[in-house]
Design a protein around this ligand. Structure first.
Ligand SMILES: Cc1ncc(C[n+]2csc(CCOP(=O)(O)OP(=O)(O)O)c2C)c(N)n1
Length: 385
């Protein structure tokens, strides 16, 4: 029983986060969890300021977030909200069908989904297919949905109706958020760090100090964009595997390569958010123990690529986790000098280097100018050498 919103409000007005908060509160939607998306980054900034009456649990992936919201419902009978980019829909298929479905425990959840790759709108290749199939996928998953209008008056009705749908069906219902729906929110608090390098500085330092024959796989978001631009700046043909989607899985891609190409040193350029999203992969890497595997984690304690929202990285120790998963070595570093030293004297892998970096990127950072298929071809050619 899907309900579509036929109106298109054409981006004439936008919703203020304070107004949205008021409507959520009136509907007793005060528990939020999920993984951020740039579509609603201002709502994320608002929640990060700890507004009274709201609880926000920073999740590592959308499957986990749906389960957390389900636990919240079991404990309180209230409905929890799970925010996600539509790429996260892939991760919620399992909890939707095997936990929240009326065929199983029948648990209501309100999904807040950022619509990336909306047909006819410009977006990156990794968003195109999900942007196209999101509505059919929601239909297929029997999740009723509505698009959040970009003015508070109509949004008020929509939010109330979506909550009622979740309540009546006692299963998930979705609120879809298009780009440009929310007005900019200026954060009251922001955490600044003072490490020796930014992620881009660290990427440049590593590339400058490698031999040049290593295989590089970089994670989605700004890491891949910065690495691509640096190859171009060095007048090199981009030949790394720039993962543009599938957040958290670059290390698994690299593992698949490292096991097949034992004579090549394989480096993964990862983010703290991405490692956290699929942390189980560290156990697989440790178990299969590739000696040619080097895992670089740029730890800025944030989901920098979607607006700098905090991750739970400050409360965990990647070094201990990697070592207990079977990595031969792991270390934290903060300075360029230490990074240069370590890159020049690599011991046998699997090894993890966690580089504490400041969050943020250049304002003029571009995107790969070649297509993912062109990148794949160049990468496979490079691997053959
Ligand atoms: C399954 C999934 N959920 C959410 C996203 C949206 N997303 C893209 S990049 C990113 C942040 C990545 O954070 P991190 O790995 O820490 O790298 P940083 O951007 O901080 O360098 C997020 C949340 C996604 N691509 N896939």
């Amino acid at each position: 029983m899907n309900i579509e919103v036929s109106q298109d409000y054409g981006g004439l007005k936008m919703i203020k986060c304070e107004e949205l908060a008021k409507v959520f509160k009136e509907n007793e939607l005060t528990f939020f969890t999920g993984v951020p998306d740039s579509t609603f980054k201002d709502w994320m900034k608002y929640l990060a300021d700890n507004p009274p009456g709201f609880k926000n649990i920073i999740a590592v992936n959308e499957c986990e977030a749906t389960a957390i919201a389900s636990g919240y419902h079991l404990a309180t009978k209230q409905i929890g909200a799970v925010y996600m980019q539509n790429s996260g829909l892939g991760k919620v298929v399992n909890p939707v069908t095997s936990l929240c479905s009326g065929d199983v425990y029948s648990i209501p959840v309100l999904f807040m989904i950022g619509w990336r790759g909306e047909p006819e709108k410009k977006d990156e290749p990794q968003h195109k297919m999900m942007g196209r199939v999101m509505i059919p996928l929601l239909d297929c998953l029997e999740i009723p949905y509505k698009i959040l209008p970009d003015n508070i008056k109509e949004a008020e009705t929509t939010i109330r109706e979506v909550k009622q749908l979740a309540e009546q069906n006692s299963s998930p219902a979705a609120l879809i958020i298009k780009k440009g729906t929310l007005e900019e929110y200026v954060a009251k608090k922001s955490i600044k760090t003072n490490y020796g390098m930014s992620r881009e500085d660290a990427i440049k330092t590593i590339v400058d100090n490698l031999n040049g024959d290593e295989v590089l796989v970089s994670t989605t978001g700004k890491t891949s964009r910065e690495l691509f631009e640096y190859r171009v700046a060095r007048s090199e043909k981009p030949r790394d595997f720039y993962t543009v989607g599938i957040m958290g899985c670059s290390a698994s891609i690299a593992l698949g390569i490292a096991l097949q190409k034992p004579k090549k040193n394989v480096f993964v350029f990862d983010g703290d958010g991405a490692v956290l999203m699929q942390m189980g992969t560290l156990a697989t890497i440790g178990h299969y123990n590739p000696k040619n595997f080097y895992h670089i984690v740029f730890d800025n304690s944030s989901y920098d690529s979607t607006g700098g929202q905090p991750t739970v990285s400050p409360s965990i120790d990647f070094k201990k986790i990697a070592l207990s998963c079977g990595y031969k070595d792991a270390e934290y570093i903060e300075t360029k000098k230490d990074l240069e030293k370590i890159i020049k004297n690599f011991s046998e892998g699997p090894k993890m280097i966690i580089i504490k970096v400041n969050k943020g990127a250049r304002k003029d950072l571009g995107r790969p100018t070649t297509t993912p298929i062109e990148n794949k071809k160049a990468f496979m050619e490079f691997l053959k050498k």
